[in-house]
Ligand binder design. Sequence first.
Ligand SMILES: NC(=O)c1ccc[n+]([C@@H]2O[C@H](COP(=O)([O-])OP(=O)(O)OC[C@H]3O[C@@H](n4cnc5c(N)ncnc54)[C@H](OP(=O)(O)O)[C@@H]3O)[C@@H](O)[C@H]2O)c1
Length: 289
Amino acid sequence: MILVVGGTGRLGRAVVPLLVQAGHKVRIMARGNSQPFAMTVSDGVELFHGDLASETDCREAVTGCGEVVFAASGFGLKDSDPRGVDRDGAISLVRAAAVAGVRHVVMMSMHGAALDGPIDFLRCKAAAEDAVRSSGMDWTVIRIGSLLEQRLETMTALLESKGKVPLFGSGSAPVTYTSVQDAAAVVVRALLDPALRNRVIEWGSQTLTGNQLAEALLAQAGRGSVQRIPAAAFRVLSVAARPFSPFLARVAGAGAWEESGAASFAFGPQRAEFPDIPVTGLQLGKPAG
Ligand SMILES: NC(=O)c1ccc[n+]([C@@H]2O[C@H](COP(=O)([O-])OP(=O)(O)OC[C@H]3O[C@@H](n4cnc5c(N)ncnc54)[C@H](OP(=O)(O)O)[C@@H]3O)[C@@H](O)[C@H]2O)c1
C-alpha cells in the first residue's frame, strides 16, 4: 500500500492515477477541506479523511503502508500555513511512518530549501527534509520549482476577469518551473527505482521569466495587457500583510524571492540521468522550445 498524503492536491491528483494504473494499492490522506476527494473507493483507492495536525490521524494513515509520498502543503491555504503542514505535519507523519515500519518516504520539497532560507516556506521544507533524512527509513527528497500550471492558472484567472496579466516586479528574473506531469513522473520513478533512494533530486521543466510567461498568455488570448506590481510594493506586503492576511504575505514574500533571481536552477544534470522521463514545459498550443 502506498500512502499519498495530500493526494487530492494538484500534484497528488496526478500521482494517484499513475500509481493505480501501475497496479499499486493507494491510500489518500487529506482533510477533504480544500479539494473534494476526486476518486472513490471503487477506483481502487482508499480514502482517509485525516489531519496532519493529529498524531492519531498520522498513525492511522500510515498503518499497513510500505511507502509514503508526502505531497501535502499549507502554502496555498487560507485556513492553514506551511509551519502547520509542510513542517510540523510532515515531521509528525515521518515519525508515525518510521514507527509503523514504512520502508521509503518520498518527500516533496522545493528548490532553495534551507534552514536559513529567505522565506518561511523554504525553511519549513528544509525541516521536513531533515526529518526524513534522519528517520532511519529510505528516503527521496524531490525539490521542484513552482508548479507551472498553478502559475498559469493564477495569471489566466486575472486575464479572464480583468483583462490584465499580473507581473511581480521587473518580470525579467528567471524562474524555473516544474510541470505537474513532470513532478508526478519523477515521484512514481522515485517509488520504483532504487537509483533514487536516499538522494535529493532537483527536478525542473523549464526556466522562464515573468515577461515570457505574460507574452505567451497574451499572444494566446489575443487581448489584454500586463499589470506590473512594483517590487517595493510586494516587499512591503510580505511583512505588512502578516497580521490580516498571512496568505497574501506568503505570496508577496515568494514574489520577492523570485525577483532576487534565486528561483532558477540548473536541472539539466539530473534530467540527463533519467533521459527516458519526458520534459513537459509550457503548453499553450505549442510544445516547449
Ligand atoms: N505548488 C507549488 O508550486 C510547489 C512548489 C514546491 C513544492 N511544492 C510541494 O509539492 C507538494 C504538492 O503541492 P501542490 O501544489 O500539489 O499542493 P496543493 O494543491 O496545495 O494540495 C495540498 C494538499 O494537502 C492537503 N492538506 C493540506 N493540509 C492538510 C492537513 N492538515 N492534513 C492533511 N492534508 C492536508 C490538501 O487537502 P485538504 O486541504 O483537503 O486537507 C491537499 O490535498 C507539496 O508538498 C508542496 O509543498 C509545491
